[in-house]
Design a protein around this ligand. Structure first.
Ligand code: MN
Length: 261
């Protein structure tokens, strides 16, 4: 038994060498040394956690499109569709109190204030009944948007990436753990820009609740610890300009404040 196993390994090894020598792979690729990179790897992106010294390391950022009926109507979309998703990159996060650089390629830079769900675990095909147990906590986020570029892409039936995914596109507050908040299904969500209220709604007005969003997203991708989900914005979206100060609040969570520069 042992002999035949060893023989198997030896045979595979010879075959591997023969393949490598004919294709040139053996000379091209040295075995990487653990901890050695051709340049410094990017830093871990994280968010603070309210009341903790340990931070929440961010993996992926997902965002839900069209999840409050009044906002769906204000952009002339159809509220009957199932939730759909797009992504931002974790290094697009702006920490609370930070500055958001007004981006290139737009003259209609808009805010969307959203509940952010922070995941501590996950899977594929999570049921709505099981979804909440994967939640670590919640934060306030701004899904910053180049509305003019998004509109162009919609017209051309092309992806929204240019409208949604760019430097500083994902400001986010510190995370408050579910142990402190309980599972959120209602509560005021509000945005004030330069002391004027721009958005004022309730989490209870979501078309798809958080558990349904997690279940739907996990049909397409494996949700894992560190994932953030921006759950869509209520009505009242609009533009900001350089010098504006945005203050986003959701009942029970840390207030998110950023300045546009
Ligand atoms: Mn959004």
């Amino acid at each position: 038994m042992i002999d035949s196993t060893r023989r198997g390994i030896v045979t595979a090894g010879i075959a591997g060498v023969a393949l490598a020598s004919t294709t040139g792979i053996a000379s091209a690729a040295a075995k990487p040394k653990a901890g050695h990179y051709v340049f410094a790897p990017p830093a871990v992106i994280s968010l603070p956690v309210v009341g903790e010294t340990a931070a929440f390391p961010v993996r992926r950022i997902y965002c839900v499109g069209r999840n409050y009926a009044a906002h769906v109507r204000e952009l002339n979309n159809n509220a009957e569709e199932p939730p759909f998703f797009f992504q931002k990159q974790r290094d697009m996060i702006v920490q609370n109190g930070g500055k958001v650089r007004y981006p290139e390629l737009t003259s209609d830079f808009q805010y969307e204030t959203e509940l952010v769900v922070a995941m501590k675990s996950g899977a594929m095909d999570i049921s709505a009944e099981q979804a909440n147990q994967h939640i670590y906590g919640y934060a306030v986020g701004f899904d910053m948007t180049r509305r003019d570029r998004q509109a162009d892409m919609k017209k051309m039936q092309k992806p929204w990436e240019i409208g949604k995914s760019f430097e500083d596109a994902a400001p986010c507050s510190a995370i408050t753990s579910v142990a402190k908040t309980g599972y959120l299904s209602k509560g005021q969500i509000k945005l004030v820009v330069n002391d004027k209220t721009r958005q004022d709604s309730d989490l209870g007005d979501m078309i798809w609740n958080v558990a349904q969003i997690i279940a739907e997203l996990s049909k397409q991708v494996e949700i894992t610890a560190g994932d953030l989900i921006y759950t869509g914005t209520p009505e009242g979206v609009g533009p900001v300009v350089r010098g504006d100060r945005m203050v986003g609040t959701i009942d029970g969570l840390q207030t998110l404040i950023v300045e546009i520069v």
